[in-house]
Write a protein that binds this ligand. Structure first.
Ligand code: FES
Length: 76
């Protein structure tokens, strides 16, 4: 017995960010980084693409383990 294959719809990652666009692309100019900044990878942030810590609730509700991409500027 094999488990029923999930439908493609069941694997949507982005529930509501910029759904009017065929794909969501964000560009970050590395020169504009002034300090440490966290970027969302859970697709639940209300300030997307910047992380607003919504991943914490998402992980609690789903058992997932996602977190942000943290960019740090090296201070020379
Ligand atoms: Fe999405 Fe933090 S809110 S990773």
């Amino acid at each position: 017995f094999l488990p029923k294959k999930k439908k493609q719809k069941d694997s949507i990652i982005n529930p509501k960010i910029q759904k009017e666009n065929p794909r969501v692309v964000n560009e970050i100019d590395i020169e504009d980084l002034s300090s440490t900044k966290s970027y969302c990878r859970c697709w639940r942030s209300k300030t997307f693409p910047v992380c607003d810590r919504s991943h914490i609730k998402h992980n609690e509700l789903t058992g997932d383990n996602v977190g942000p991409l943290v960019l740090k500027k090296k201070i020379l």
